[in-house]
Structures are given as C-alpha cells and as structure tokens.
Design a binder for this molecule. Structure first.
Ligand code: SAM
Length: 279
C-alpha cells in the first residue's frame, strides 16, 4: 500500500515543532526526497515478511519508506525528541502503529532488540558509521543482509578489494561477515541540511556460515589492526608484536599460514588474515 512519504516542507515543520536544529555531532542530515528513500528500500530488497532494523530514523523519512513495504521494524534513535515523535508521525501517515518499535538509545550500546532483525536499512550518522555497522553485525547474527547510506569515502573503503590504496582495516573487518558492494550514489541535494560530503549506498549479504568463532574473530581483528597501523611495512615487521615478538617468529607464523612475510597488509584477503590468526 503506497504511503505518503515526508517531503521538505513537512520535515522542516516537524523539526521546528520539536525545536530540533540538526547537529553535526549527531550526523543529522535528514533526507527530504521520497525517491531517495524508496531507492534505498528497493536496493535492500525489503519485503512485507522482513523484520527490519533502522539505525537513526530521525524524523522518519526512511522509516516510512520501509513501512510502506509492509515490513515490521525496530528503529534505534539516540535523540530523545526524535525517538518520542516517531510513532505519531508514522500513525499520521496511516501506518499501523504495531509495525514499528522505537528504541530510544545509542545504537553503539544496544545489545538486545525485540525480535531477531534480519535486514539492516539506514542512513547512518556519518561520524559513527563504521563502528555502528560492525557493532550491529557482531551483536545480531540474525542480520543477514542490509543497505546503508554512508559518506562516499567510507562506502568505497568498505567495498574495496585487497590491493587498493583505500583497502584498510574497515574493509577487512566488514568482509569478515560477508561480501560488500557499492549500491548507488546519492546527491547532496536530497538532504537537509545539505552536507559537505558525497554519499553512497553500500550493501552486504552475510555469509551462510560464520567465518570463525568469536575468539577467532577477535584474534583476526587484532592482527588486522596491527597490519594497518604500519601499512607501509612488510607483514613480518608490522606483525612482529602480535605474532611472537620478533620478525623471525612472525615470518615463521606467516609462512605456516601460507602468507608471504614480505607482503604488506593491504595485499591480504580476510581469509588470509583468518588463517594467520589461526596459525
Ligand atoms: N534516517 C533519517 C533520514 O534519512 O532522514 C535520519 C538520518 S541522519 C543521517 C542520522 C540519524 O542518526 C539522526 O537522526 C541522529 O540523531 C541519529 N543518530 C546519531 N548517532 C546515533 C547513535 N549513536 N545511535 C542512534 N542514532 C543516532
């Protein structure tokens, strides 16, 4: 059932009503364009049978587009005024209130959600986009796919393959959970206020089987952090501290894992890192 979505005038009216002046600190750039939110929901392939989680619903632009599909959802919003108002905005647009649960909380600290969310859809607050994504992937194994809007630089990094300059610790950590892809670009003009960075959509599909245990993941991430802290150094040097204490010991461990110790961190896939962590 088509739902009337939020436009620029209503967004401004709602914000004025709530006395909300968008802040940079909370990454508050609200989408004022119905086509953009429908495009995000379409890219995420949301259907009526999905249980969706949205991080940072703000005034409800994307929330209404998600609900328009018939899906049920949970929305996690840190700004109390926005969290409090969301149910009435949704009701005013004709959506049954029982399909939305609002959690008034910092998404970085959320460890439980009602139902097991399956699909993540969000226009993420840019200052915490990577930590919040990794936190949700780690905390909610039921999340099996998602599409999020992030700063272009961050999205390109998340989807970067090994060997490129922008491939870094976030690329490897995100890949631990499954493949990522760029899923479209978004014009600055669809936001209020207009941000001074470009945005992209980035999507993921979680692998059917986890790549390893929690202990294995933590060890892998420790090694990834060490490799990229000194990304210009060869792995035998960069990883000496975390693989035995000396370059010789690190070399032996890398070779045992089938990795050339003279490579640099940006040349390894997540599977290479996982093997090194298991060595
Ligand atoms: N989804 C809305 C839209 O597309 O118009 C708003 C997106 S805006 C880029 C980011 C939203 O995330 C804001 O509503 C902000 O208050 C909220 N936010 C910021 N930090 C957060 C956090 N740590 N946990 C939950 N929400 C957060």
């Amino acid at each position: 059932m088509p739902v009337s979505l939020l436009g620029a005038a209503e967004i401004r009216r709602l914000a004025a009503d709530l006395d909300v002046t968008p802040t940079k600190k909370l990454g508050q750039n609200f989408v004022v364009d119905a086509n953009t939110v429908r495009k995000i929901v379409h890219a995420a392939r949301v259907t009526a049978s999905d249980r969706v989680v949205e991080i940072g619903p703000g005034l409800g632009s994307l929330t209404l587009a998600i609900l328009e599909t018939g899906a049920s959802m949970v929305a996690v919003e840190i700004d109390h005024r926005l969290a409090e108002r969301l149910p009435s905005t949704v009701a005013a647009h004709g959506v049954p209130a029982d399909r939305l649960t609002v959690i008034d909380a910092d998404a970085l600290r959320v460890t439980e959600l009602p139902g097991a969310p399956e699909v993540l859809v969000a226009n993420l607050p840019y200052n915490v986009s990577v930590p919040v994504l990794l936190h949700f992937l780690e905390t909610f194994p039921s999340l099996h796919r998602g599409v999020v809007m992030v700063q272009a630089e961050v999205g390109e990094r998340l989807a970067a393959p090994p060997g490129s300059k922008i491939y870094g610790a976030p690329s490897v950590k995100a890949a631990w959970y499954g493949p990522w892809r760029l899923a479209g670009t978004v014009s600055r003009q669809v936001f209020w206020p207009v941000p001074n960075v470009d945005s992209v959509l980035v999507g993921f599909d979680r692998d059917a089987e986890p790549r390893g245990t929690e202990e294995h993941r933590l060890r892998t991430f420790e090694i990834v952090d060490a490799a990229f802290q000194q990304r210009r150094k060869m792995l035998r040097q960069a990883l000496a501290g975390v693989l035995g204490g000396t370059a010789a010991e690190a070399s032996a461990r890398l070779e045992a894992a089938g990795v050339d110790p003279t490579l640099r961190g940006e040349q390894l896939t997540v599977d290479d890192y996982a093997r090194v962590a298991a060595s």
